[in-house]
Design a protein around this ligand. Structure first.
Ligand code: BGC
Length: 705
């Protein structure tokens, strides 16, 4: 009888397969309740833990198939470590996109939409219902091995990119997963760290990107490995129920990061929905079944825990898709060339030109010597986010195409060889990866090669591939040009080549500050004293499941990134938002167009600001116009200024365009930790408009009354 009842219900939910949610979350919850009524206690308990390492749990005989999830933000990994790999038919090829930090460097949310859409399509192609990304932990610490998976140091920039990425991805019917919630800024003993963070920093710095994902309708969230203020995020009621669902308004399902829970009672009562991958760890003494048997938690508690997983899958039509065998959309393979184009465009717009004495772009007749790393391979980050890709384009391939016999490649040249070249391109950087923290300092051999090059050939261009900042202080002023090329994806070296030859005009901007010394960073003390990262071998964290912790004090509070360096008046090597072009721009005629001598912002009336951008050079190019806001005499700690809006605009040489911004009160507010809400004090403020956090060309006063 039960079975019959269920089939009728399954038919009802099979009716539509759609790229958008097929019903509201509330309707889906009601349907989930009907399903839950048909499940035995054992089946309900089975729904609390993942299946075969990368699947949501299911009860296939009752119409709940296992749903395949795959890493990560930067493409479909397509190579997960499963117990039974036959449960999924791997896609033949998936695109290795540029690193997420490179997407942030584009300052282009429209591109983020296309990128998310492309990854979403590839997930559909590969039979995955859920992508285990995007990652959006704020860059606080240059040494964090996962910065390349995230979007830099500024919450507004990260939120702007995330909103469009999630919208683009989920428009394909692939569910996104906002991770890692929350305050997961280090990979050093990542299962042992306890981030001590105040409420203002949580709200102003660490949650806006998650809030943007929620506003975009993100279907799932992954908690983190670390503790936040003394509680494991994967089993904290404060983190999951109060903050994520309450304050931020998330409706959907939450899963743990892989092997990151310690106490099932806390897990069940925290609002957590799924333990991934769901393999019982030796240190967890009591299992959900024991706790129900002992009356510590009730069957109802288990139902509450699993409902969002079932409701989310129903809401997005995932059960229908899998039950009708439509999870593999092979027809989308035809879109792979278009995805490559998105990947190329991201690398083209995300490469940051940090210095150019005029040497770039290069003429094809230049006798070019290319030295260093990754000459015949594509640099990439490691860990869960690593996507293999196909048809990789290397520098050797692409530069040979343009420079023919004029280019030669020597990993470690002699001083004489360096002197002979017209121009040297020195490729250097770091391999960054999940679960490792890496030194800010370059490794000695790499640094020695850069120095040898700049000392022997004044026409040395340095190309850095890395997931975050490295120490370039000793040689940055000696090179002729400096390009930050991150991890550019499978065809990104083609875009970098096109920048080198001037086919593309660079327009990337730094999504983080590059320090002169790591001691300057607010996160300088995040690794316990006495531990030398340079000597750390392998992966000390991974075997360390025991729940002892060490504290990381986020003492800088809201002063992360440029907010810190500006307040402390610390000189940096390159500021946030900085990046050069082959053309020149002028920004002028900034004005607040609202009436009145004193420009006043009220609840009812936002300010409208305009500024004229002129391309004063000879090449078409794009500039990122950045708008920061500062409160003049704050009564609480406030950064000197904060990015609140930006626009990336293409302008033809000799042409002008007017850039317009709307400024409302929310953009001026801080999180008041006394009344737990956003507050904009009355008083004087300034709008600061420029082309980086350090290059402000217009300051416009206004008041809030
Ligand atoms: C990572 C997650 C990832 C998961 C599955 C974990 O180690 O922290 O970001 O999604 O593994 O691969």
């Amino acid at each position: 009888m039960k079975r019959l009842l269920f089939s009728a219900f399954a038919l009802a939910i099979c009716a539509t397969v759609s790229a958008q949610p097929v019903m509201s979350y509330e309707e889906a919850e009601a349907k989930a309740n009907e399903i839950i009524k048909t499940l035995t206690l054992e089946e309900k308990l089975s729904m609390t833990q993942g299946h075969n390492r990368f699947f949501f749990p299911g009860v296939p005989e009752k119409g709940l198939p296992y749903i395949y999830t795959t890493d990560a933000s930067m493409g479909v990994k397509n190579k997960q470590k499963m117990h039974n790999a036959n449960e999924i038919k791997l896609a033949e090829r998936t695109t290795q996109f540029p690193a997420f930090i490179m997407l942030a460097a584009t300052f282009n949310p429209n591109l983020a939409y296309k990128y998310g859409h492309a990854v979403g399509e590839e997930a559909r192609m590969a039979g995955a219902g859920v992508i285990l990304g995007p990652g959006m932990n704020i860059y606080r610490n240059a040494r964090c091995g996962r910065n390349f998976e995230y979007l830099g140091e500024d919450p507004h920039l990260a939120a702007s990119i995330i909103y469009d990425y999630v919208t683009g991805m989920q428009s394909t019917g692939t569910l996104a997963c906002a991770k890692h919630f929350l305050c997961n800024q280090t990979e050093f003993y990542r299962r042992r760290s306890n981030s001590i963070v105040d409420e203002r920093a949580i709200m102003e710095i660490y949650t806006p990107a998650f809030k943007a994902a929620i506003d975009a309708g993100v279907a799932t969230v992954m908690t983190a490995y670390n503790q936040l203020n003394g509680e494991w995020t994967g089993q904290s009621k404060y983190v999951i129920t109060d903050l994520l669902r309450g304050t931020l308004g998330f409706k959907g399902m939450v899963m743990s990061d892989w092997n990151s829970i310690y106490d099932w009672k806390d897990v069940i009562l925290s609002g957590q929905n799924l333990d991934m991958p769901g393999e019982d760890a030796f240190y967890i003494k009591k299992k959900p079944a024991d706790l129900v048997a002992e009356g510590v938690v009730t069957e109802k508690d288990i139902e509450n825990m699993i409902r969002p997983t079932i409701a989310t899958c129903i809401r997005w039509g995932l059960y229908d898709r899998y039950n009708s065998g439509k999870q593999y959309d092979k027809a989308l393979e035809a879109n792979l060339p278009a995805h490559l184009e998105v990947s190329y465009q991201t690398a083209a717009e995300g490469t940051v030109l940090l210095k150019n004495n005029g040497i770039l772009p290069l003429a094809p007749s230049t006798k070019l010597l290319v030295i260093g790393k990754w000459l015949d391979s594509v640099p990439h980050g490691g860990g869960a986010a690593r996507v293999t890709g196909y048809n990789h384009v290397t520098l050797m391939m692409t530069l040979t195409e343009s420079f023919g016999g004029n280019v030669s490649f020597v990993e470690k040249p002699t001083a004489e060889r360096l002197k002979e070249a017209d121009v040297v391109l020195c490729v250097t950087g770091t391999f960054d990866s999940e679960s490792t923290e890496r030194p800010f300092e370059m490794n000695k051999k790499d640094e020695a090669l850069v120095r040898l090059a700049v000392e022997n050939n004044p026409n040395t261009i340095v190309l850095v591939h890395s997931g975050s900042a490295i120490n370039m202080t000793a040689w940055a002023d000696k090179c002729a040009a400096l390009l930050y090329g991150w991890y550019p994806g499978q065809n990104g070296q083609k875009a970098i080549r096109d920048i080198i030859i001037g086919k593309i005009n660079p327009s990337g901007k730094l999504p983080m500050t590059i320090e002169r010394n790591f001691a300057d960073s607010p996160a300088a003390n995040s690794v316990p004293v006495g531990f030398d990262l340079a000597k750390a071998k392998g992966n000390p964290n991974e075997k360390a499941f025991h729940p002892w912790t060490y504290d990381i004090h986020y003492d800088e509070s809201v002063l992360v990134g440029y907010r810190w360096y500006e307040k402390k008046e610390i000189k940096t090597l390159f500021p946030f938002g900085y990046g050069l072009s082959y053309t020149s721009f002028a920004l002028n005629k900034a004005k607040i167009v609202n009436k009145g001598k004193v420009k006043t912002l009220t609840d009812e009336k936002p300010l409208t600001v305009t500024i004229q951008l002129t391309n004063t050079g000879t090449m078409a190019g794009a500039e990122v116009v950045q708008l920061y806001i500062a409160e003049k005499n704050p009564t609480v700690l406030r950064p000197n200024k904060e990015l609140k809006a930006f626009k990336k605009v293409n302008v033809e040489p000799g042409k002008k365009t007017v850039v317009t911004f709307e400024v409302d009160k929310k953009m001026c507010s801080y999180w008041c930790d006394k009344n737990h809400s956003w507050t904009a004090n009355r008083g004087e403020y300034e709008l600061l408009i420029g082309t980086s956090s350090a290059d402000i060309v217009a300051v416009l006063p206004f008041v809030i009354q």
